[in-house]
Design a protein around this ligand. Structure first.
Ligand code: MG
Length: 345
């Protein structure tokens, strides 16, 4: 097996604002693993708040490159991933890139689409939410209009007045909404009041209402909330989910947080057992990583896989958005194709 990788920037159509910052692009590292004339692709998407940089990711991948030829005899992808996971703590996005590339490669070697290779049916087309970042009133209206083909909007909250934000959005669309506060709300009584107001305004769920370190308050809110409360920043890997202690009623699983498809599948199984709702989400990923995640759509209550629609220079093709519904292809492996002219492998 031969590993190569290259870095890239995803350029947003509009500067992307969340409660803590606004950015114009997102650094990414793509990986390619070649074996027997076939190639598997993966992606490490690195928004700054995740705390993983391109340099750290490249250093980690160099370590993987050295050990990979010695791991060729391991019987399955999970064994390979376990060894890669043990190379160093953290580097979750880099590990996710390796997970995707190995799963893509080995399902291609088996001649099957990934969903079939893991023993599941082809996922039915599903509606995804489309994210509207924090912005001026004028831009917000423009973005709502541009999201015409999507049937659910995800509103980034954490503004000075989130009730006013929802009232403004409601003037321009009747679509159901998800709201993501990105940890911005800190008073549990106010949070409960905001959630009630949002339910009355057609909001279906509230994501990461409070800071990660306010777990007890978040549990208090979840016990009383009239809407599902979804953990995002509070749950990265399976271990965090096992320690959730009913602080949230659902979780947003993202490949970049959880180290990839294999761990995502374990998290889905755990969540189902505990009646925890499942959202499949993404960072500002290309069609490479979002397509990988779309293979697991059948297991989810909520889908938030809109990233390739948020920027201008997707270097992969894969999933398609038809009338706002995500369709996974029948191609072998993950069903993604690299646009070679865009990627300096
Ligand atoms: Mg979120």
């Amino acid at each position: 097996m031969r590993l190569t990788y290259c870095s890239y920037f995803h350029e947003f159509k509009h500067p992307f604002g969340v409660s803590s910052n606004t950015r114009k692009n997102t650094p990414v590292v793509f990986v390619k693993i070649e074996k027997d004339g076939l190639s598997g692709f993966g992606e490490a998407c690195l928004p700054a708040y995740l705390g993983e940089t391109v340099e750290q990711t490249n250093r980690f991948l160099e370590k993987v490159k050295i050990v990979l030829p010695h791991l060729s005899d391991l019987p399955c992808v999970q064994d390979l991933l376990d060894r890669i996971d043990l190379l160093d703590e953290g580097h979750n996005a880099a590990k996710a890139a390796m997970d995707m590339a190995l799963n893509d490669l080995f399902s291609k070697i088996a001649g099957k689409p990934f969903y079939e290779w893991i023993g599941t049916q082809k996922p039915q087309p599903r509606a995804t939410s489309f994210t509207i970042g924090i912005d001026s009133e004028e831009k917000l209206i423009q973005k709502i209009q541009e999201a015409e083909k999507f049937s659910i909007l995800k509103i980034k909250a954490g503004t000075k007045d989130d009730k006013a934000l929802i009232e403004l959005v409601r003037k321009h669309t009747t679509k159901p909404l998800y709201v993501d506060a990105n940890q911005a709300w800190t008073d549990k009584y106010q949070v409960l009041d905001l959630i009630s107001m949002m339910k009355e305004n057609g909001v279906l769920l509230v994501e990461q209402a409070m800071p990660v370190n306010m777990k007890a308050d978040m549990r208090w809110v979840t016990e009383r909330s009239v809407l599902p409360t979804i953990a995002d920043e509070s749950v990265k890997r399976l271990i965090d989910l096992e320690n959730l202690e009913e602080a949230f009623s659902g979780i947003n699983i993202k490949l970049m947080k959880c180290t990839g498809l294999n761990e995502a599948i374990k998290m889905i199984a755990f969540a189902k057992k505990k009646n925890i709702q499942i959202m499949l989400g993404c960072m500002a990923e290309s069609s490479c990583a979002t397509t990988a995640m779309a293979h697991l759509m059948a297991s989810a209550d909520f889908i938030d896989l809109d990233a390739p629609e948020l920027y201008t220079n997707d270097p992969f093709s894969g999933l398609r958005y038809e009338k706002g519904l995500i369709q996974v292809s029948d191609g072998i492996g993950l069903g993604v194709q690299a646009k070679d002219e865009m990627l300096p492998f």
